[in-house]
Design a protein around this ligand. Structure first.
Ligand SMILES: Nc1ncnc2c1ncn2[C@@H]1O[C@H](COP(=O)(O)OP(=O)(O)O)[C@@H](O)[C@H]1O
Ligand SMILES: NC(=O)c1ccc[n+]([C@@H]2O[C@H](COP(=O)(O)O)[C@@H](O)[C@H]2O)c1
Ligand SMILES: [Mg+2]
Length: 201
């Protein structure tokens, strides 16, 4: 049984923190980080506002990301092995359907790209308010550091635009309060996934 989980949400909401904990505790669990699909800096458009437009969907090679997810879906065991994820022997070798394979797809623009919308079995979205987001972002070190004014001039406005677009699409999304403690968020999501997996088997 294959199960694909989206951990989406605003920048600095805690997506990567939550994902890193989940992959340690879920069975045969692989991960795809959207951040790994940013195009090189020289391909990122500079807007009229003078900022490089990192926070738009075209700054990511989404086709490559979809292909990576397809690669997992075609052969999760091969994918796991080639990504250094230990694969446990089937619980009941006679019934391959009882073997669980989980993929977590994690990133800030998971629910704004049509070809991806159908692939998730479950969609989570971590939200935090503007002040907290700005505070957390100010301490982050990205491969390309934020120029002064980027958060208010580009990051937050793009976040609002994409979030509105996502809400209009009426996908089934479970919202998570990113202001809760790391432990609370992890426990909530882990329990939810465990219950779903048990029910599906
Ligand atoms: N639940 C939480 N409460 C407070 N701070 C958090 C929480 N989760 C993550 N953080 C912190 O917020 C920052 C962004 O977390 P990260 O997981 O990298 O977010 P994202 O991947 O969504 O950008 C990091 O400094 C991290 O330690
Ligand atoms: N990984 C990179 O190459 C890179 C470069 C510049 C900005 N970023 C930032 O990464 C953010 C998305 O990642 P997080 O959701 O983990 O914060 C975007 O808001 C974007 O501005 C990433
Ligand atoms: Mg992250």
């Amino acid at each position: 049984m294959k199960y694909i989980i989206g951990i989406g949400g605003v920048t600095n909401g805690g997506k990567t923190t939550l994902t890193n904990r989940l992959i340690k505790s879920l069975p045969n669990c692989c991960v795809v980080h959207q951040d790994d699909f940013f195009k090189p800096q020289d391909q990122i458009e500079v807007g009229e506002d003078g900022f490089r437009q990192w926070d738009v969907i075209t700054s990511l090679d989404m086709e490559a990301m979809v292909n990576t997810i397809k690669g997992w879906a075609e052969n999760p065991v091969k994918f796991a092995r080639s990504h250094g994820v230990a694969v446990s022997p089937a619980t009941e070798a006679s019934d391959p359907e009882k073997e669980i394979h989980v993929l977590i797809v994690e990133g800030f623009l998971l629910y704004n790209y049509k070809p991806l919308l159908e692939v998730y079995d479950k969609c989570y979205y971590i939200a935090i308010p503007y002040d907290e987001c700005k505070k957390r972002r100010s301490t982050r070190n990205y491969t390309v550091p934020d120029p002064p004014g980027l958060f208010d001039g580009h990051v937050w406005p793009m976040h609002l635009k994409y979030r509105m677009e996502m809400e209009k699409s009426r996908m089934a999304i479970e919202y998570l309060d990113g202001l809760k403690s790391r432990d609370d968020i992890y426990n909530q999501v882990h329990e939810d996934i465990q219950n779903t997996l048990l029910n599906r088997l």
